[in-house]
Design a protein around this ligand. Structure first.
Ligand code: G1P
Length: 284
């Protein structure tokens, strides 16, 4: 299976830090957020990756490239641990970059990757969403996909007042956290949301999504929405949703980013004890 990682968005919710820097490069503890996404793909057994970028996103390409000058410098300074870490990032995966030239929404971003996918199912992993947990979220979706030979979306139950931020499904539960999707709405009015199950930035989609995207009219925010292209396909084929195990953070907002950092810092063997003590002293 291949993965498409959309990372072209301008990061409005995180201005001004995103004025010149890609939000995907924000540090989550000591790694840029997008490295978590690429590592999740690799840990799920995916090594063919396309990252959708745009203007101002060159730091992402450079991050996953080899940096011989830095590696040499670290070696000379007897910092081979760091040298090996830096080298490993440059060799991590086979990554292609495709540019989305105009910001026309998530559906349009995914559509720019059509030449990379050959009719088969593929994973879409949003660069804003990072998942912590024993089994990578994408791997969990792949297991459900294998069982039903069908597309699968990651979902999580959310409080009603938050549903207007997400794609929300109407679904029939079929057991073990798996649902058959009946309908899906992008960013519904919370009062009219068809359930409390929201999509969380990980999808296994069929190759036909590209034809569906061609037919998809502009939707929420005047943009081509991936959710609407999925909705168009519901008449033709079954889609499933899976309530994945693990925690998801939206690092595209300051509060989501802070929470992800706090959890990782508390769990980190280098910083955990000191950080906990610091938090306790702050809270009195
Ligand atoms: C996107 C999708 C939405 C999904 C969300 C998950 O929205 O359009 O359906 O629920 O990601 O993070 P965005 O956060 O880009 O507005």
């Amino acid at each position: 299976m291949k993965a498409v990682i959309p990372a072209a968005g301008i990061g409005t919710r995180f201005l001004p830090v995103t004025k010149e820097q890609p939000k995907e490069m924000l540090p989550v503890l000591d790694k840029p957020a997008i490295q978590f996404v690429v590592e999740e793909a690799i840990d799920s057994g995916i090594s063919d990756i396309a990252i959708i970028t745009g203007r101002g996103k060159r730091a992402i390409e450079n991050h996953f490239d080899r940096s011989f000058g830095l590696e040499h410098f670290l070696h000379q300074k007897n910092k081979d641990d760091y040298r090996d870490m830096v080298k490993r990032i440059g060799e991590m995966a086979d990554i292609m970059y495709v540019r989305q030239k105009e910001l026309n929404g998530l559906g349009d971003a995914v559509y720019t990757a059509r030449g990379f996918i050959d009719g088969e199912h593929f994973a879409v992993m949003l660069g804003d969403d990072i998942f912590l947990g024993a089994t990578p979220c994408t791997k969990q979706l792949m297991e459900v996909h294998e069982k039903y030979d069908a597309p699968v979306l990651a979902v999580q139950a959310k409080p009603r007042e938050e549903l207007g931020r997400y794609g929300v499904i109407k679904a029939e539960p079929i057991g073990h956290g798996i649902h058959k999707i009946v309908d899906i709405i992008e960013k519904p009015d919370p009062a009219e949301a068809p359930s409390n199950l929201a999509t969380m930035g990980r999808y296994i989609l069929p190759g036909e999504i590209f034809e569906s995207l061609e037919r998809t009219e502009r939707g929420w925010g005047g943009e081509i929405q991936l959710t609407d292209a999925i909705r168009n396909l519901l008449e033709e084929r079954d889609f499933y949703a899976y309530e994945f195990r693990g925690i998801r953070y939206d690092i595209g907002t300051p509060i989501g980013w802070l929470k992800s950092n706090a959890e990782l810092a508390l769990k980190d063997e280098r910083y955990g004890a000191e950080f906990r003590e610091f938090l306790e002293s702050l809270l009195g």
